[in-house]
Design a protein around this ligand. Structure first.
Ligand code: KG4
Ligand code: ZN
Length: 346
């Protein structure tokens, strides 16, 4: 079947078209129009500006996707529409939802509302040859989430651990601000960390020894704040080498906790596979550590292709497709898709 998917939860206006057969999902188009340069001047995403840009661009992004997928008659070709219903920035989400509802109404198509995090999880099914074995342990790491989630099938999730304060992506972004690296922080910290020594500064590993699978990243961020204050107390700015050492030490501490907790959870629950997802899954060190963890435990560790790590609509269409497969007789009327009231940050 052919699926049209729309994602506008944060600062990417994204439309994808997928061809899905059984467990095989082939993207025919995956267009992401990023607003990063607009928000960078404010040091983070401004919800009203994000909504305005989505509204200005979404029609063009749709037309680009249809043309790349070589679809001339959308009404005749598309079987299902999927849209992110939350969590995310309310004004931004609404643009995508209203656009999708309008298309579904005009073309008389079924419409499914997809949870953004369900979308991230399903980025692992894109362009994958072999099926993924359940039960799977998901490590979901993004700007708003740091979750360990057990998954027994496409729609059965149980959260066994989550962050008690800042999400890991948020911590990357805040530490980048402390180091004057700009927004978004994750990619900049990881690039800088390449030249740094991860052992240069000893930073805390919050909740590592706690008898649960929860995370906490605000203490780590505060430790970096105090370190920067200490190093700059005589008024001189941080040297380049100091910055890269801080970036590398922070990245090491942040990832160390993730991997150790994932190892313990995988052993305790005897899972058949580990799945990494969310924007922070673009981090090369984390990707390598999760792959090594799979080898160590003797189970497959799946990592999304780089192009599906940060927000995109292909992942949303994939989650929507599996929602439809779970209940193929359902009509999925457009009137039933509304914004998720859970307004956590994207
Ligand atoms: O999933 P995503 O695109 O949006 C949300 O749903 O939150 O994730 C964005 C987050 C940001 O915090 C960004 O700094 C982080 O992912 N990120 C990274 C990297 N690339 C993006 N964090 C660490 N290393 C990276 N290479
Ligand atoms: Zn996301």
């Amino acid at each position: 079947m052919i699926i049209l998917a729309i994602e506008t939860s944060c600062d990417e206006t994204a439309v994808a078209i997928l061809d899905a057969q059984g467990d095989h999902i082939t993207p025919l188009a995956n267009i992401v129009s990023s607003q990063i340069s607009l928000h960078a001047q404010y040091g983070g995403v401004v919800p009203a500006l994000a909504a305005r840009e989505h509204a200005a661009n979404i029609q063009h992004v749709l037309e680009t996707a249809l043309s790349e997928a070589r679809i001339r008659d959308a009404r005749a070709s598309i079987d299902l529409i999927a849209v992110t219903r939350g969590p995310g920035l309310g004004p931004a989400l609404l643009v995508g939802i209203m656009f999708a509802r309008t298309l579904a109404w005009a073309w008389n198509k079924p419409l499914v509302g997809v949870d953004h995090m369900d979308g991230h999880v399903h980025s692992n099914w894109l362009e994958r040859e072999a099926p993924i074995a359940f039960p799977a342990l998901n490590l979901i790491v993004s700007g708003g989430h740091t979750d360990l989630v057990l998954m027994t099938d496409h729609s059965s999730y149980r959260i066994i651990g989550e962050t008690r304060d800042d999400a890991i992506g948020e911590a990357f972004d805040k530490v980048a601000r402390l180091l004057d690296l700009g927004y978004p922080g994750g990619p900049r910290i990881s690039a800088l960390a390449l030249d740094g020594n991860p052992q240069a500064f000893s930073l805390p590993r919050p909740m590592l020894d706690a008898d649960n699978f929860d995370f906490s990243y605000s203490g780590l961020k505060t430790a970096v704040l105090y370190l920067v204050r200490d190093l700059t107390k005589d008024g001189a700015p941080l040297a380049g080498k100091q910055k890269s050492d801080i970036a590398a030490s922070f990245q090491e501490a942040a990832i160390d906790v993730l991997v150790q907790k994932t190892r313990r959870a995988a052993r305790l629950h005897g899972v058949a596979s580990i799945l990494l997802s969310g924007g922070v899954s673009a981090n090369k060190l984390l990707r390598a550590r999760v792959e090594a963890l799979g080898d160590e435990l003797g189970i497959p560790a799946y990592i999304p292709l780089m192009k599906y790590t940060t927000d995109n609509a292909a992942m949303v269409g994939t989650a929507g497709y599996f929602m439809h497969l779970a209940n193929p007789g359902a009509k999925h009327p457009w009137q039933e898709v509304t914004m998720d009231a859970n307004m956590r940050l994207c």
